[in-house]
Ligand binder design. Structure first.
Ligand SMILES: [Zn+2]
Length: 235
């Protein structure tokens, strides 16, 4: 049987793929100001009201890390039972998109703030399952595009950009990849601590043995009852 004929058979096709779930969970850190400048993180402000040369990425500006972001990232790492790095650094993640005014995102690559943790997730049968956490790192968020006449670019007459969100502090955790065939799908934490936030997103990889293919979906968030949100910090 040729490779094509093999995939034409529905029963064979079902077993040709092994879903390997690799999740990225973004938590907005609940600080009063952005990660590298003193602009407010107040939600609901007028578009482009909370911006400055730093978060707009003007030439010659000097981003300065908000100490509260570091504190919350360390607390998030500890809450996820990670090893906190004695030395950590930021990196530039180059990409070109209208919601990223300086054309790169300040993120962490090879030396994240926390690695090697785990999270105990309750299951519907009363038991729990331990989910490994590969890493957690700090990064800045991008701005927000608003498409006129549609909720997406397709069908819109024009697009507007709001940079209020550019520079919001975010902690991104990456749980260990899990085979969905061998294990039940797990809920993911919307909040990685009382210091964390308001949204979460996730991606999944679908691997076709022996090669690889990619697909993406969004997971339903889950808030741990022991990790209730706190009020906003003063910085
Ligand atoms: Zn700013």
């Amino acid at each position: 049987m040729t490779a094509t004929a093999h995939l034409a058979d529905p029963a064979s096709r079902r077993h040709a793929y092994e879903p390997v779930i690799g999740l990225e969970v973004h938590c907005q850190l609940n600080t009063a100001t952005k990660i590298f400048c003193n602009c407010s993180t107040q939600f609901g402000a007028d578009p482009n009201a909370n911006v400055c040369p730093v978060c707009l990425g003007m030439p010659g500006v000097l981003p300065v890390l908000n100490a509260k972001v570091l504190e919350y990232a360390v607390k998030a790492g500890l809450a996820l039972n990670c090893r906190i790095a004695p030395y950590s650094k930021f990196d530039r993640k180059q990409y070109f998109y209208p919601d990223l005014p300086k054309n790169y995102q300040i993120s962490q690559y090879d030396l994240p703030i926390a690695e090697g943790g785990w999270l105990e997730a309750p299951l519907s049968d009363g038991t729990s399952k331990r989910i490994g956490i590969t890493r957690l790192h700090m990064e800045e968020d991008a701005g927000k595009l608003v498409h006129a006449g549609s909720d997406r670019l397709a069908g819109s007459s024009h697009s507007l950009v709001d940079y209020n969100r550019a520079g919001y502090p975010s902690a991104r955790s990456s749980p260990n990849p899990t085979s969905a065939r061998r294990k039940k799908r797990q809920p993911m934490p919307k909040s990685c601590g009382g210091f964390c936030g308001t949204w979460a997103s996730a991606t999944a990889t679908c691997r076709k043995a022996p090669s690889a293919a990619m697909s993406t979906f969004r997971c339903a968030p889950w808030v741990s009852p022991s990790l209730a949100p706190r009020s906003k910090s003063k910085t």
